[in-house]
Design a protein around this ligand. Sequence first.
Ligand code: FES
Length: 201
Amino acid sequence: MFLEELEDLKNRYLGRLQLINVLSREPQDVELFTGRLDPERVARILAVFAPVDTVDEWYLCGPYGMVTGAEALLAEAGVDARHVHHEIFHVAEQEAPRAPVVVDASAPAAALVTVNLDGRTTRIEMPTKDESILDATLRVRPDAPYSCTGGVCGTCRARLVSGEVRMDRNYALEPEEVAAGVVLACQSHPVTDEVALDYDA
Ligand code: FES
């Protein structure tokens, strides 16, 4: 996507920036640069171009399988997880399936969720705790932010102000953010009967 921009940067900072293109389907002169970036290929590339003890920070971006494979490889090599950052842009359903939830909107409330968004507070009655808080919120606050609904992009992040939720999956938040009470609304389900989220915090 940014092929030309990256080439420009490489040419401008010769000696400081090294760029390697690994193409999964297009054959290249060097065998190492052709094929999937699985842990075995990543290990071989690192051994030649970036031994793990020469790297300060790792930034991994790609589909779920590639990123988690590289993370496992780095963990095995003794890299501290605090120096490994990731952005996952696609999660195949077979890697993390989720059952659909049928909601009877006329059923009595199983949980009460209070949402603060853009300075306006809304109380939402959830008929079932199996539904995600985002889905329940969208019925009355269609302005609630979201994008992937898969726990990947982080667009639906909000701060848990009170109550308790459980998240199905989280590929977007760092452990420190989770510890600080940030949750993904698209993955969150109420555990307590009352929950309050603040999107503005
Ligand atoms: S909408 Fe993408 S993580 Fe929730």
